[in-house]
Ligand binder design. Structure first.
Ligand SMILES: [Zn+2]
Length: 184
């Protein structure tokens, strides 16, 4: 039986094949350690997740070459080995953001706010304290910080700093007006 010559290109794996193998095994590793990641994730996503796992930041150039990507994967496997041998400290858990950091978006999503907001609507009813409109007029009700949230962050959960306004009045009032419409 005549032996077929194997073309040299098939003997050694191409960089593309190597990369794909690295990507798949990194995804398997991540999933094994409880990190959910889509099997179709790009190299960049996979590498970013791996780097985060070892407490590193990935600064990937926009058009990273295959050699670059392989280099990044090599770093990941070096850390994995070092961690196993006890020569790499596991990344310290991310520090929680201090509670008093001004972050209105996160604040408005918090359960504490939503609970307080709801209690204010229950207390005063769904009627704008400024113009008297209600949802029946097609307006959206807001619970407004009388003294603005940004400038008075410590009052963000103070029930005495809250009033019911419609969206239009609240928008018009803005951040600098501090009119208390509750007894007006
Ligand atoms: Zn209004």
């Amino acid at each position: 039986m005549p032996r077929r010559r194997i073309p040299p290109s098939m003997g050694s794996k191409s960089k593309g094949d190597k990369l794909e193998k690295r990507r798949k095994s990194a995804i398997a590793e991540l999933r094994y350690s409880g990190i959910e990641i889509d099997p179709a994730s790009s190299h960049e996503r996979v590498l970013r997740a791996c780097y985060e796992r070892y407490g590193r930041t990935l600064n990937l150039k926009p058009a990273a070459s295959k050699s670059h990507l392989l280099g990044y994967y090599s770093a990941v496997s070096r850390w994995k080995g070092a961690l196993k041998r006890g020569k790499l400290k596991p990344p310290s858990p991310k520090k929680a953001k201090p509670d008093d950091e001004i972050n209105p978006n996160a604040f408005y999503r918090s359960y504490e706010w939503r609970q307080l907001r709801y209690s204010i609507l229950l207390k005063y009813g769904r009627r704008c304290m400024c113009c008297g409109q209600t949802p029946a007029h097609g307006v959206t009700m807001h619970v407004d910080h009388i003294k603005s949230l940004r400038k008075n962050w410590d009052l963000r959960l103070d029930a005495d700093n809250l009033q019911v306004l419609c969206e239009v009045c609240n928008h018009g009032k803005g951040n600098s007006d501090e009119t208390d419409w509750r007894n007006a």
